[in-house]
Design a protein around this ligand. Structure first.
Ligand SMILES: [Zn+2]
Length: 246
């Protein structure tokens, strides 16, 4: 959304998350930019060198409103996961809706999701036990296929990209959908690419480094050697992705 679109509207015109967003920083932006409407309806824009600094500010700014935020049910007492989910929700409206839907599914179905720290591994979701494994100590740029040399540009991305993928699996599971590779992974990779695209536009360096995931298999070729070109092709040929191994 263009930042100008929120001019001239009062706070009441916006849903909760609509009042806060990270902005597209363009090709040369070197800080995250967070924009929000304050209690008086004034538009405020603040820059943050990284998401940890934003989190420090946000923990203070949003204190007292945490129960209203997407992911509060899913994260429960896991404060680190809660704030990881907030970064994701404010970066991507699309990922925010998945997180909010998980909260709703837990509340209405009575199912639970167990959150388990996975210090040695990457984020994952276990369909059988409703367990979301995530690694709180490894939230920066990670290699999604550790030890294999990150041969493709899409192999490396911030860990929240993988978490976005697992959250879609979690939502499907809570909604009673069985795991079937093609539809399940198509949905998960779609949510994953929404997270990737938000980071491409809103994270310093993202324009150069954050590529779309082209397919499930590790050796799937990057769509293009430049990130901006890869995204143009991805969005223009949406039905061509994800690629499946023959
Ligand atoms: Zn998956």
């Amino acid at each position: 959304m263009s930042p100008d679109l929120i001019s001239g509207l009062s706070v009441e015109d916006w849903t909760w998350y609509g009042q806060f967003q990270f902005l597209d920083i363009g090709k040369k932006g070197n800080e995250f930019i967070f924009q929000y409407l304050d209690a008086n309806g004034n538009k405020v824009t603040q820059s943050f060198a990284d998401l940890d600094i934003w989190e420090g500010w946000a923990r203070d700014y949003f204190s007292g409103r945490l129960d209203e935020m997407a992911g509060s049910t899913l994260a429960g007492e896991d404060v680190e996961l809660f704030w990881e989910l907030q970064k994701m929700a404010f970066l991507s409206r699309s990922v925010c809706t998945v997180i909010a839907a998980i909260d709703k599914a837990i509340e209405t179905s009575g199912q639970t999701v167990t959150i388990v720290s996975a210090p040695e591994g990457l984020d994952s979701y276990d369909w059988g036990t409703n367990t979301l494994f995530w690694n709180p100590d490894m939230r920066g740029s990670v290699d999604y296929f550790p030890g294999r040399g990150a041969e493709r540009a899409w192999h490396t991305a911030p860990a929240m990209v993988g978490l976005a993928h697992e959250l879609e699996h979690c939502l499907d599971d809570l909604n009673g959908l069985p795991y079937i590779e093609v539809p399940s992974e198509t949905a998960a990779m779609s949510n994953e690419n929404q997270m990737r695209y938000a980071l491409f536009k809103k994270m310093p360096g993202g324009r150069q480094n954050i590529f779309p995931r082209p397919g499930l298999a590790r050796n799937t070729e990057d769509i293009a050697s430049e990130a901006d070109k890869a995204w143009r092709i991805y969005w223009r040929n949406r039905s061509a992705y994800p690629k499946w191994k023959k």
